[in-house]
Design a protein around this ligand. Structure first.
Ligand SMILES: [Zn+2]
Length: 495
């Protein structure tokens, strides 16, 4: 008995310790710093406690740094940043901690002056090797000379920094040089690099604005990884090369300073680089997070580059999930009518609120209709299927005798029976409480949209339009908002 009693606290402890982990939200780590130099230092601390080799580049010469990631990976070197004429204190201190015997300085004396080289030597670095060039194209060419032989080359636009950054992990891991082009012509330095490396095939990163067909056609056996914007280019790289990676780096797609040194860590950890807008995850980024089931994120930079709203989206279990929101009825089909209400209007109002909450939360909601139009039931199911959605939620209001009242949620057993029931239960348990209505429970119902949808699906009946008290709530903006919030939270709970 004493043993039994003693074991109870241990059991409780075990439950407290382990159960929350089982349901933990996505993991998000932010690597921050007061400025780009400190961010680079903090990034290096995540990957290196010591280093024989360090790569140093100018913190504002983006193109030079981004073509250096295969070099950094080859020498297992972190990338640190410097000002043109002097090392910052943070960078100096980090060099002293890492104690490298060799430093590669990337760029000419305008990017990194000889004074910086002397400072490095004073810190005890025995070999400082400069990889310079008169332009970013030449710097990239000279970096490629330091890499092992490889018949492939990556070609990116020298001013499309995001594209080089997005491919940097793959390039580094494969030992493929990143060479640069303009949109008008292939620079001589890049042509010479391909000649001397014996390049027989090329991976072209970016759309046809960055690398036009005229350039593409001159390259040896080119394959393009394009996209309609930088977010989609990065997502397509992750789709092609990192489909099994559950971890990713996230940086601002328009401000690269914080991400420059991140490419070395991303390469070391073999994780793709994805981009965000400062205040919201881009659609293509959400989609790849959802389709690759990425749940572990390293965010590069502070809360100005990547705002807290974005890290909250990343933490949310619904990030990147495609949820179909079906507002029942519409057009000439009013649905139930009573107490001054048409069901189609109530359904659409609540559906729009759910849609907006899902979108703000990081999901990819798809609405069956966003206006007062008629859609066949089969069209709704077909639209969900063609959008390849993960979940289907249909929103309705009920009607019967004036005395019938309450909230109920339906599922069907033909496809995804257990998951559909679970979805219906998570929504129902929150919805009747939010509406403060009678709990009519979770039921099996043979409605077309939940019978024919192949993904987990449920159909909610918010309350009865035919009941005066229920209808007063369906009419109220406050209860419409509460209902939408309950459905939204039910969907999160399902995940
Ligand atoms: Zn209905």
């Amino acid at each position: 008995m004493r043993i039994f009693l003693k074991s109870i606290p241990i059991l409780i402890l075990a439950v407290v310790l382990f159960i929350p982990n089982a349901f933990a939200a996505n993991s998000v780590t932010r690597l921050d710093g007061a400025n780009r130099y400190e961010v680079a230092v903090n990034v290096s601390k995540q990957g290196w406690s010591s280093a024989n080799t360090v790569v140093i580049a100018n913190g504002t010469a983006y193109a030079d740094v981004l073509t250096a990631s295969p070099l950094a990976y080859k020498y297992n070197a972190p990338i640190l940043l410097t000002k043109s004429t002097t090392l910052t204190t943070a960078t100096k201190n980090r060099i002293s901690q890492l104690k490298p015997s060799k430093v590669f300085v990337i760029g000419g004396t305008i990017s990194v002056s000889n004074n910086v080289v002397n400072e490095l030597k004073k810190l005890g670095v025995s070999t400082v090797e400069r990889i310079g060039g008169s332009s970013r194209y030449e710097v990239a060419q000279n970096i490629s000379k330091k890499l092992s032989s490889n018949s492939k080359a990556i070609i990116a636009n020298g001013t499309a920094y995001a594209d080089s950054l997005a491919i940097s992990t793959y390039a580094a891991r494969q030992g493929i040089p990143i060479l640069l082009t303009t949109e008008k012509s292939i620079p001589t330095a890049t042509k010479n690099a391909m000649k001397s490396k014996g390049t027989s095939s090329t991976i072209v990163v970016g759309g046809e604005i960055s690398v036009p067909k005229s350039i593409y056609g001159q390259l040896p056996s080119p394959t393009r990884i394009g996209g309609k914007d930088r977010f989609e280019v990065a997502a397509n790289i992750a789709k092609r090369y990192y489909s099994s990676s559950k971890s990713a780096f996230i940086s601002n797609g328009f401000k690269y300073a914080d991400a420059l040194a991140g490419s070395a860590l991303a390469s070391k950890q073999n994780r793709p680089m994805l981009f965000t807008k400062a205040d919201s995850l881009a659609t293509a980024t959400r989609a790849i997070i959802g389709s690759n089931s990425i749940n572990n994120f390293t965010v590069l930079g502070g809360t100005i580059s990547v705002q807290t709203v974005v890290t909250n989206q990343l933490k949310n279990e619904i990030v990147g999930k495609k949820v179909f929101i079906d507002a029942g009825h519409g057009g000439y089909d009013s649905g139930a009518v009573g107490n001054g209400l048409k069901e189609k209007d109530v359904n659409l109002t609540v559906a729009k609120l759910v849609n907006s909450k899902l979108s703000k939360g990081g999901a990819l909601p798809v609405m069956s209709r966003s206006t007062d139009v008629f859609l066949e039931l089969s069209e709704r199911v077909a639209k969900a299927k063609s959008n390849n959605v993960d979940l289907f939620v249909s929103i309705h209001a009920n009607s019967a005798s004036a005395s019938a009242t309450g909230t109920e949620t339906y599922y069907y057993t033909k496809y995804e029976s257990a998951n559909s029931k679970r979805l219906a239960t998570e929504i129902q348990n929150r919805l009747y409480q939010a509406m403060n209505t009678q709990n009519r429970g979770v039921k099996i119902g043979i409605f077309h949209v939940i019978r024919e949808s192949t993904m987990p699906s449920s159909l909610v009946e918010l309350a009865f339009i035919s009941n005066a008290n229920d209808a007063s709530k369906l009419k109220s903006a406050l209860y419409q908002e509460k209902a939408a919030q309950a459905i939204y939270e039910g969907i999160i709970a399902y995940y």
